[in-house]
Design a protein around this ligand. Structure first.
Ligand SMILES: [Zn+2]
Length: 222
């Protein structure tokens, strides 16, 4: 079935030509506490829209959040990516089955070779966890939450974050800890996040969220 408007893309690794998933914008009705967009309609439709943020080559599994045309990979990066895609354990097992989170995982694998920041790698894993939740893939949701949390913690040490990004990243480390059952850790990180906002009115929404989730984590820790 031809779908008009879906552009052809060329894989920068293996040269395969395919039609990309049309990355449409979508309407959200708020966000969950881990910032997962609430999208009207069936959860699987929401998952499909979130998934359209990454493009994955169906042949070699190269994936990225950016348009393939915009990527300017060096020879060494291309070689490194090919090796990583061949060696990756999850891709070996799941490439055929194409589970809904696979594109984000592949983008993380490739992103490491492309020197994405820890913040960006964490964001890919966080989105993968949202897709898993909407698709009711519970064990994989936790797997990606844990990976997102680790990338975000590294990001807080390495990426020179400031302002809103610093506050949101710190908060997310807390919220992911809470979702993984580490309620005491979560409480500590919410306190850290609250310190970074310093009453900035532009992040008042985050201060409210920190208060709400702190209460929740206290109840859960009790
Ligand atoms: Zn390819």
């Amino acid at each position: 079935m031809g779908e008009p408007g879906r552009p052809y893309v060329v894989c920068p690794i293996c040269g395969h030509v395919f039609r990309s998933t049309y990355a449409s914008t979508y309407i959200t009705v708020g966000r969950e506490a881990d910032l997962c967009p609430k999208i009207p309609g069936r959860p699987s439709d929401g998952a499909r829209l979130i998934r359209s943020a990454v493009t994955m080559c169906p042949v070699c599994s190269f994936a990225a959040g950016e348009a393939f045309d915009d990527l300017d990979l060096t020879f060494d990066e291309r070689y490194g990516i090919e090796e990583r895609l061949k060696e990756d354990g999850l891709l070996k097992v799941f490439r055929k089955g194409q589970p809904p989170w696979l594109g984000f995982h592949a983008a993380e694998v490739c992103g490491k070779e492309r020197s994405l920041t820890s913040r960006e790698l964490g964001d890919l894993c966080l989105r993968a966890s949202w897709v898993c939740r909407k698709e009711k893939e519970r064990p994989f949701e936790s797997t990606f939450q844990l990976r997102a949390m680790r990338h975000f913690m590294r990001s807080l040490q390495e990426d020179d974050l400031f302002g809103r990004e610093l506050s949101v990243t710190t908060y997310l480390v807390g919220e992911l800890n809470r979702r993984l059952g580490n309620h005491r850790e979560a409480l500590n990180w919410y306190v850290n996040a609250g310190r970074t906002t310093e009453g900035d009115p532009r992040v008042a929404w985050l201060d409210r969220l920190i208060d709400k989730q702190t209460k929740l984590a206290r109840e859960q820790a009790a």
